[in-house]
Design a protein around this ligand. Sequence first.
Ligand SMILES: [Cu+2]
Length: 148
Amino acid sequence: MKKTMLMFVLLIIFASACAPKENEDAIKAKKIIEYHKKKFDSLPLSGKIINGVREIEVKSIQYRWEPDTIVVKKGEKIRFVIESIDVPHGFELEGIIIPGWDTENAVKKGDKTMLEINAEEAGEWDMVCTVYCGPGHTGMKGKYIVKN
Ligand SMILES: [Cu+2]
């Protein structure tokens, strides 16, 4: 009986010594992936769902976006309703093609421009103004975030 017990203990020690150990890089990489997965979890979603489409009103103002951070969920259909408050501004989500929208188009004061996209990929993109609107134009940036 004692012998069996001893064999069992030795087997456990042997097995744990042989278990593959993750190297530090792999552990670090896992942590980074986890961090990016959960980074946006606490952010509330923007706009409201109207007939199955998440509609978000975005105001362009010299030299900022209101809201300056837009958060949606992967898989949603998104409608931006963009309105300029002062001078003509452009609209672009860098790296995302908006069907039917030329980034050289201007959103004029008082006009409401509706743009629709599908949030297909999770991640973070810059929301920028693409029409020169004054000396602060290049600093007119916001974030478009698609949560998992
Ligand atoms: Cu601008």
